[in-house]
Write a protein that binds this ligand. Structure first.
Ligand code: ZN
Length: 263
């Protein structure tokens, strides 16, 4: 997972607080070594790998998110800290204690990040509370998980994600950079392929629904290779094997979404 830091000579502004306490501590140590005051932290969405480090940011007194983020941390995310504490074998000092945002942003909010201003845009799809940050002067977009190596709707809605990716596409011009919540930094050239992938998953899942097949049959039968180009599938298989589970999870989620829309 990725944390993004913007800084001036005096202050720092951070997007996402990471999952592992040691990683968050290294980030904060770097900030302190340069004598920077933390001006604020934005959570791009509620997932624990973007919010677990919030507890180490308390001195900033500004943890900022969409209003749904805190709600979803309290409801959907309530089991995750237990899972993480167990899986990561965290000791008492490191135990993840959910620390909720205390300041909300809405679509179009402008943040003063110290060196300049940054616009926040609500981009539901990966999750309902997802936001992105757009630094127009630098042409840098902080995407959180709205842009992923495999677009991922496992906690959200595919129709919303298509709409949000089109918003990203309309903002990031040719030389702009997209910083993903996981994986690499890209330009906007890949977004058309991302949108086509979700549309293809929707189309093929619709065929399974129409023929009365179950969700499990759809997620077993619809292969990632059928929904991406050959080159993209190869790239993902070669470089991001640990993310391949996102595809069957997408099919499952899209199946439930499409079924719920039927009378
Ligand atoms: Zn996420």
């Amino acid at each position: 997972m990725t944390s993004v830091l913007f800084h001036s000579e005096k202050s720092a502004f951070v997007f996402d607080s990471l999952l592992y306490p040691d990683d968050t501590r290294i980030l904060l140590q770097r900030i302190r070594e340069q004598d920077l005051a933390v001006r604020g932290l934005v959570n791009t969405h509620w997932h624990i790998d973007h919010t677990a480090g919030n507890q180490l940011f308390l001195e900033t007194n500004r943890i900022i998110s969409h209003s749904l983020c805190g709600d979803l941390m309290r409801t959907e995310g309530k089991d995750d800290p237990d899972w993480a504490n167990r899986e990561l074998q965290l000791g008492e000092e490191d135990r993840i204690r959910p620390t909720y945002p205390n300041e909300t942003i809405v679509d179009g909010s402008v943040l003063d990040i110290g060196i300049s201003e940054m616009k926040v845009i609500h981009t539901p799809g990966h999750t309902p509370d997802s936001v992105i940050g757009w630094h127009e002067d630098e042409g840098v977009l902080v995407a959180g998980d709205t842009v992923m190596e495999i677009p991922f709707v496992g906690y959200g809605n595919s129709r919303s994600l298509i709409r949000s990716l089109k918003v990203v596409q309309s903002i990031v011009k040719d030389d702009g950079k997209i910083i993903q919540g996981h994986g690499g930094v890209y330009g906007s050239e890949r977004l058309t392929d991302d949108i086509r992938y979700i549309e293809e998953v929707r189309k093929r899942t619709t065929e399974y629904l129409d023929s009365g097949k179950r969700a499990e049959e759809a997620s077993a039968g619809i292969k990632m290779e059928d929904c991406f180009s050959k080159e993209r599938s190869k790239f993902l298989n070669d470089r991001f094997g640990s993310l391949l589970w996102c595809h069957p999870s997408n099919v499952q989620r899209v199946y439930e979404e499409l079924r719920s829309e039927r009378p």
